[in-house]
Design a protein around this ligand. Structure first.
Ligand code: M6R
Length: 608
């Protein structure tokens, strides 16, 4: 949730630290800070509450030429957002930045009687603990870090610098990502490879339980048990344009509009529209293994969970003898759920670092169940720990609200379902319509976005003053409605909730009044007429309705009808979701709120 950067090399550390923090600001944005050390051991610690811009104002008056330093952008867990709770934390001669949570910080704090704590954070306890083993520079810094970490319960990604040794950094991880960028006469540290883009293409992803001593021309990695680790240098695939706004006012709009291309990347080399088949290499399951599958568990949080729900409706339609269960990771990890034989788990995560999803993955693996990742971030923890997987390849998603990842996650999972169905011998006549629509989807998404963008901007202005919204749908449109409501609430702070149309009369109908507006999704299909009746029930109670439909003949007197003009029917809900993404975006713009960095949230939820 927070972001870490570090630098040791020939250039000015401050420059990389600030530019890196700006790239990582989407991960946490309530306070930030950097600590650098000069060649003769003079430290400078500068921290500020608020956005990186606040830190920059302070730095403008305190420019340093130091060649080593660490930085942090915070998303508060222990202690309010404030300068004193911001990282780096200092103890004696050392400075520490930390992502994650030290669960036993209270016990450790009691034992560290001599240290005068200034902040309310668990991270300062970690700094004091490392300092207690460092002996004012008498001992090796990496050894001190290892000794401290052996006493710690919880999760961490850390970077440590000492005024006694301004030529090195020590970094370690357990449960929070850390990447080491290998440069020329410089080594860079980040919690997310996007901070390294433009500086180096070569990266080492640290594994849990590893510690690295990092100098400008050397990287020594070992485990907490002192086993040396030979580093694997991987290539960073992301390029600069992928992490810039590219002429758009907000990352969110850029990412919404990018969906024709991002979905095309998901499909590349995986779909044969001519013979109506799909080919997914990543899961690594043999035909016989696919044939045996009887049960799928789909695990995710937030948007990833909604993507799983929507995919489950599709997979059940064409795959015989299979049950699909979609679960919320934070719940599932503590349930005593029985996983039947011949199950496979799909672990869905854009970032590949979500703490609850990762915990589920580990629990499920313990039960001997095969795990398949549906992940975007290449080299992320989930991607590395699953048995097999399918990258969605949508490129960096910077805006906190997930959009292009959702579309590709749904389709990647449907393709996995199709792979199972193919292996089970389901007739091509049943599967072909799905494959054909999938192949056309990128182009249709482009057309729909073009057509609805302007009208949605106008419609959104009208609803920006409402405080409540109800999203409605049934069948595949129900999980789509859930995703629409999440999008609106997380960025515009409108209290938006989704209901299955059939549930309306069982309670939510009582809510309908002038404080609410309703968004109803009506894809053509067997349940269309029933949904139209439900719309009438809301209208009869004075509802303020926006209907999104691909039915040509819809003619009820609702406030707005957004018609989806596409020949696609099976995946019409994916097209309807574009309308809801734009609605959320434009309502938020009309309210003058921070679109890409909504309050209280962070892009990647690496704490429980
Ligand atoms: O990185 P993940 O896909 O694991 O993240 C899961 C959720 O935190 C994420 O989808 C969240 O709900 C988004 N902010 C929704 O827009």
């Amino acid at each position: 949730m927070c972001g870490i950067v570090g630098y040791v090399g020939d250039k000015k550390a401050q420059d990389f630290l600030v530019s890196g923090l700006k790239r990582l600001e989407y991960r946490g944005y309530d306070s930030a800070g950097i600590a650098t050390v000069s060649e003769d051991g003079e430290p400078t610690l500068i921290r500020a509450k608020g956005k990186i811009a606040e830190l920059e104002k302070k730095l403008a008056k305190a420019k340093r030429d130091d060649h080593v330093g660490i930085g942090h952008t915070r998303w508060a867990t222990h202690g309010e957002p404030s300068e004193v709770n911001a990282h780096p934390h200092q103890a004696g001669d050392i400075y520490v930045v930390h992502n994650g949570i030290i669960e036993n910080y209270k016990e450790l704090k009691k034992e560290l009687g001599g240290h005068e704590f200034k902040s309310e954070t668990d991270s300062e306890v970690l700094a004091a603990l490392i300092d207690s083993f460092y002996g004012g520079g008498k001992y090796d810094l990496a050894d001190a870090v290892v000794q401290a970490l052996k006493l710690v319960k919880g999760t961490y990604g850390i970077a440590v610098v000492s005024r006694k040794n301004p030529e090195e950094l020590v970094v370690a991880r357990s449960g929070s990502p850390l990447v080491i960028g290998v440069g020329n006469d410089e080594t860079l540290i980040a919690s997310d490879a996007s901070a390294l883009v433009g500086h180096t293409k070569r990266a080492i992803y640290l594994n849990d339980g590893e510690v690295a001593k990092v100098k400008k021309n050397s990287i020594e990695i070992r485990t907490l048990d002192a086993e040396p680790v030979s580093a694997k240098v991987e290539e960073i695939e992301t390029n600069l344009s992928a992490i810039q706004k590219g002429g758009y006012e907000h990352f969110l709009l850029k990412e919404i509009m990018e969906q024709p291309e991002s979905l095309a990347e998901t499909l590349r080399g995986r779909v044969d529209a001519v013979d109506g088949t799909v080919r997914l290499g990543g899961p690594g399951l043999k035909e016989a293994e696919l044939r045996k599958i009887r049960h799928l568990i789909i695990v995710g949080c937030g948007t990833a969970y909604h993507a799983g729900m929507l995919a489950s409706y599709y997979i059940e339609q064409f795959t015989p003898e299979i049950t699909v269960e979609t679960v919320i990771a934070s719940e599932y990890r503590y349930r005593q759920a029985y996983i039947p034989e011949n199950s496979v788990a799909l672990i869905v995560s854009q970032s590949g670092e979500t703490a609850d999803t990762l915990a589920c993955l580990r629990e499920i693996k313990k039960q001997g169940v095969k795990t398949i990742g549906i992940v975007n971030a290449i080299g992320s923890t989930i991607a590395r720990e699953v048995d097999g997987g399918t990258y969605v390849h949508v490129g960096p998603e910077i805006s906190v609200a997930s959009t292009k990842a959702f579309t590709s996650q749904v389709i990647a999972m449907v393709m996995f379902g199709l792979t199972i169905a193919q292996a089970k011998g389901v007739k091509n006549t049943i599967l072909q319509p799905y494959v054909k629509e999938i192949a056309k989807l990128p182009e249709e998404i482009g057309k729909v976005l073009e057509e609805v963008k302007k009208p949605m901007e106008k419609i959104a202005k009208k609803y920006a003053s409402y405080e409540h919204a109800i999203y409605l749908g049934r069948d595949t449109a129900y999980p789509t409605a859930m995703e629409g409501a999440l999008k609106l609430k997380e960025i515009s702070y409108v209290d938006a909730n989704a209901y299955a149309f059939g549930e309306l009369k069982h309670g939510p109908l009582a809510l309908v009044d002038d404080r609410f507006f309703e968004v109803a999704l009506l894809p053509m299909g067997v349940l269309y007429d029933k949904a139209v009746s439900n719309v009438q029930e809301v209208l009869a109670r004075g509802g303020h309705m926006i209907v999104v439909t691909n039915a040509r003949d819809f003619d009820l007197p609702v406030e707005h009808v957004v018609k989806i003009k596409s020949e696609l029917t099976i995946f019409a809900p994916i097209l309807m979701n574009l309308v809801m993404q734009l609605l959320a975006y434009y309502v938020t713009v009309a309210k003058g709120l921070n679109v890409d960095q909504p309050r209280n949230l962070a892009k990647s939820v690496t704490v429980e």
